[in-house]
Design a binder for this molecule. Sequence first.
Ligand SMILES: [Mn+2]
Length: 338
Amino acid sequence: MNLEDINAVAKLLSEPQKIVIIPHKNPDGDAIGSTLALWHYLKNRGQNAQIIVPNDFPKFLKWMPGQDQIMNFEKENSQSKALINEATIIFTLDFNHLGRIAQMEPVLIESDATFVMIDHHQAPADYAQYMYSDVLMSSTCEMVYNFIEFLGDEDKITPEMAICLYTGIMTDTGSFKYSSTTSRTHRVVANLIDKGAENTKAHNLVFDTNTPNRLHLLGCALKNMVILEEYNTAYITLSQDELDTYGFQKGDTEGFVNYGLTLHGIRFAVIFIENREEGIIKISFRSEGEFSVNEFARKHFNGGGHTNAAGGRSDIPLKETAEYFVSLLKEYKTQLNP
Ligand SMILES: [Mn+2]
């Protein structure tokens, strides 16, 4: 964020505002962690602020301080709309084009509020007056830490804010192992622990909350895994019937895609998950090294994200989607065999 924008935002925040903070649809740890930390910060400054999520978030995040104050646009629709209409500032966190908030998009387009974007995805749209967009950042949580520091308030980070930011950095970096994790990320994390983030607690509450059903579903996913050695690729399919068999709950398939990359030599891992209700196949892509799943998802599966982690979708049935995917790999053979 340039100095001019920081000063402009600082000036706005020096006056009382009506603030709405919005993460992307299907919010993850970084989305919830960053919005909650910013919310605590703004509330502590005496601002009127409300987080509105486009839809519900997974149970393994429902312990974070302040999460019970989050409003759900799907469930509390008229109240959410009223708050957005009255808002003078809208912060959008961990996404960069309004399509990522689905049914909230038309309400935001109507708004006269000043938009502030804080995000680390590629190719930002230009809906925000103030943009803090940096694809080199590990997470939006690291950026919210920086944002608070830019405003000269690093010393105002409370233990509640610290554990929210810690959790988002932890989840978005795969527990500090992805290539976006820098020495600066570790310094931020160290500061957050000093400010009261209970790091072991965050790991336990996020990662050690499996249900027997989820582990059995993981077993099913791993059994379904197809390994294409020729392309250093592994993919998983999960049908709606399989999800039903194991009593699928939102968030249960989180992280399944990463198992492919734990195979020696595999550089590209994908999971295809059937969603009968929406009539689509949801896809997650992960890669190691240079191969850009962001470009792959954009080009072939209506998606996008980061170089090493992206999402997409398909409107054809599960089996056909997987076959189509395999047929695309020939084109990428040299890239996948460096
Ligand atoms: Mn993120």
